[in-house]
Design a protein around this ligand. Structure first.
Ligand code: OFO
Length: 163
């Protein structure tokens, strides 16, 4: 039987995953409205994934015979400067989720709760993948920024050539 503290943390995680799904959804909406269709596609997919994670926590709590609390929907940040800001915010949130999963994991380990630690292991692996995906996108954005400087520099060279 899971401890009260672990049950509380698992329920908080339902809210964390739900909030994150909403945040990704708002990012998707901003991206599509501003013509960044690739980012919108990425974020719509992530919004669904995080909703799936929230459901996993709900299902798990029910399976172990505990109460799953369905949280209120928080309004997410809806406007961004550019896609770099979006992915930087996404990385921060993924890191927050990783930390919250680790917190539940250590609580569960302390109470020798093998059912919860086994359930959470999937999320530990998933977070490694998700943080890495967002970091890779940030690398793409940074490199793209350099490409436009390179193209601008070429233009500047061509501009001076005819004079
Ligand atoms: Fe990537 O956040 Fe869910 O677990």
């Amino acid at each position: 039987m899971a401890s009260k503290k672990v049950i509380k943390l698992l329920n908080e995680q339902i809210a964390n995953e739900g909030d994150f799904s909403q945040l990704y959804l708002a990012m998707a909406v901003w991206a599509e409205a501003n013509g960044f269709m690739g980012t919108a596609k990425f974020m719509f997919r992530q919004a669904e994934e995080e909703r799936g994670h929230m459901f996993k926590f709900v299902r798990f709590l029910l399976e172990i015979g505990e109460q799953a609390e369905v949280p209120a929907v928080k309004e997410p940040k809806a406007s961004y400067k550019d896609i770099q800001e979006i992915f930087e915010a996404a990385l921060k949130h993924e890191q927050f989720i990783t930390a919250s999963i680790y917190k539940i994991m250590s609580e569960a380990r302390e109470s020798n709760d093998y059912a919860v630690t086994s359930f959470l292991q999937w999320f530990v692996n998933e977070q490694v993948e998700e943080e890495s995906n967002v970091k890779q996108v940030l690398d793409i954005i940074r490199l793209a920024g350099k490409v436009s400087l390179y193209l601008a520099d070429k233009e500047i060279g061509a501009f001076g050539a005819g004079k």
